[in-house]
Write a protein of this length. Sequence first.
Length: 275
Amino acid sequence: NSRIHLQFNITQFGRKDRLMVVHDITRLKQLEQMRKDFVANVSHELRTPLTVVSGYVETMASVSDQLPPRWGRMLAQMSEQSARMEALIKDLLMLSRLETTQQEQPQAVAIEPLLASIAADARALSHERGHNIHLSIDCPAQLLGYADELRSAFSNLVFNAVKYTPDGGRVELSWYCNDDGAFFAVRDNGTGIEAHHLPRLTERFYRADPSRNKATGGTGLGLAIVKHVLLRNNGELLIESEPGEGSCFTCHFGPERLLGCQPHEHETVPQEQAS
Ligand code: ADP
């Protein structure tokens, strides 16, 4: 389109003097838009052929007992890799949607049922790994925002905590409010992250330890999604971590996004232990 984008940088010198530099960033914005469109189109176009391939792999896997063992192993690999590609495409499309779609009016999102269902999903995910997943809600408020986006961001943080915490470890989810607003903290006693990685974790495809993360099978896009969701929901992400001790990822929302917040003493949602 024919919109012109200008960026103003103002620098103050001493008391009176100011220097204003105006940059024409129209071309930069156009290139950025082309990149977004390209990623969205490619992801969309890849979905259909991949669904067909996965369908055939599944059909062949269903008769794998009639195939030579070597074929069974190859099919298992193909199935794993197509699942990985599907996850990548799903995350890329989600990121594109977050970057390009206009926002509607935010809705009041009830926090308690949302977090309870995410905790239940996490317990199901950790079923065989025996994590102790604990949820506490200090103020069962409503948050002005977009329910699907918030679910996706919170789930990403919780599933990461399970992924990067050894079997039987502890994952604590807590929602609390104070004068600064509302907080959703996901604390684990897992692998932790070296300090020098922290500023880059929300970049697309950035992974703190690629060799270790290969085994966990993530896409490297989860925290980029979290960052974009929080931007759209007027929130911010705070990360603390200690290698070997664990990590804490906290989403912070300003008080203006909170409805019906009446903090009370640690109400704890009963924990259903993974059997
Ligand atoms: P991935 O799909 O690799 O998990 P994310 O964007 O969700 O991608 O996370 C980026 C990187 O941050 C991960 O690869 C991992 O190195 C690190 N990370 C995220 N969450 C945790 C956590 N709870 N504990 C340790 N490392 C984490």
